[in-house]
Write a protein that binds this ligand. Structure first.
Ligand code: PMV
Length: 370
């Protein structure tokens, strides 16, 4: 599998592409939470190890891309709005994204774009908006490509959307589809590859149907260390090679767990992955810690509650202080009661988000003026 499959034929692209004057397209795209984590990458946003995530349902970005044909096709032209407010500080990231994907979308300089975006989760909640945001933008651009060139089927559309989203933010490539998505080559997962995410292709036990993820917002501040910096610190990391091997083994073990529905084994593997991610941060040079005291308080409370009740409550973490509390749907009532009674004391303004496993992005609107 190579990236060449996503480069339109330069010899006839200009002849077959239609001319569209203006229009708009809206996509909503969810966030995702990794079970086996991606941490460490090679040049060109290629992951050092395969990862797998639950796609979420309610934590999502809604993006409308307005496009209008322009005369000068020498440079990118776009403006960005978040919740109706112009955001010039988002422009460098999008400019970098456009530069990376220009080869694959040759029409980018033919249009002026207005990108309007909003998140369902609060801004600076510590929930990364890059996965949902970059996947929503990639999908809008793919919808435009589909209008310009006729023969794009759904399979190619999703693959290329994921491929483009990856070039915006690695984990964004896992937000196009659901319910479980694998990204990165794993020898036992057919079709898995480093260029784009694929829907997990094997049987998933009913225990994981509607699996719940309640996100406890421990710290809403800006992260002190970005994931870009964190990934780069894996280059000279003393434990990197072992970690990458472990991720392959964990994904292999998770395949068996997803089939058998063994929730205890699931919790053990997922919690170990979360703590390993943070252990990598703590053992980088320079080292850093993204967990907060309340992250640890919550983890200890979860362990004590699990021991006392036998309920299948577990946690995972992303690159921040927030705790994702994971549990099967049929145990929701007592676990939500526990969160309300015992965990809200450790979260900012008692703010948490009840979410669950979801099925990927949706196109909301498209309209074209020829
Ligand atoms: O997509 P990035 O570059 O922001 O990296 C995300 C990395 C983690 O969220 C920590 C793990 C993952 O696999 O999503």
């Amino acid at each position: 599998m190579t990236e060449h499959q996503f480069i339109p034929n330069p010899d006839n692209y200009r002849d077959i592409a239609k001319t569209l004057e203006s229009g708009k397209v809206t996509w909503e795209s969810p966030s995702n939470i990794a079970l086996v984590k991606y941490w460490g990458k090679k040049k060109g946003q290629i992951p050092e190890n395969p990862s797998i995530s639950f796609t979420l349902t309610d934590c999502k970005t809604i993006t409308t891309l307005y496009f209008s044909k322009k005369e000068n096709d020498k440079e990118f032209s776009f403006e960005v709005f978040l919740d109706g407010e112009k955001k010039d500080d988002f422009k460098p990231k999008i400019e970098t994204f456009f530069k990376r994907i220009e080869l694959y979308l040759p029409f980018l300089k033919d249009y002026h774009f207005k990108i309007e975006t909003t998140n369902t989760f609060p801004h600076s909640s510590g929930i990364a908006s890059s996965a949902s945001g970059m996947s929503a933008l990639a999908l809008c651009l793919m919808s435009l490509e589909k209008q310009l060139i006729d023969n794009i089927d759904e399979n190619y559309f999703n693959k290329k959307a994921s491929f483009l989203a990856r070039l915006g933010s690695g984990s964004a490539c896992r937000s196009i589809e659901g319910d479980l998505v694998v990204w990165g080559k794993h020898e036992n997962i057919a079709g898995s590859n480093d260029l784009f995410g694929i829907k997990y292709p094997y049987k998933i036990h009913k225990n994981f149907k509607n699996y719940q993820d309640t996100i406890l917002l421990v710290d809403k501040g800006e992260k002190q260390v970005s994931s870009t910096v964190g990934h780069n610190l894996m280059y000279n990391h003393p434990f990197a090679q072992e970690r990458f091997k472990q991720a392959h083994n964990n994904l292999n073990a998770l395949m068996g767990i997803l089939e058998s529905g063994n929730l205890n084994a699931f919790i053990e593997l997922v919690e170990s992955e979360a703590l390993t991610l943070h252990a990598m941060m703590m053992t980088s040079m320079p080292y850093f810690i993204l967990m907060k005291p309340n992250t640890l308080e919550i983890i200890n409370k979860i362990w004590a509650f699990r021991k006392a009740t036998g309920l299948h409550i577990g946690f995972t973490l992303d690159a921040g202080a927030n705790v994702h509390v994971l549990y099967p749907e049929n145990e929701s009532a007592p676990i939500l009661e526990f969160i309300n009674n015992e965990l809200v004391a450790y979260i900012e303004n008692a703010h948490y988000i009840v979410d669950k496993i979801g099925f990927g992005a949706k196109q909301v609107v498209i309209s074209i003026n020829n």
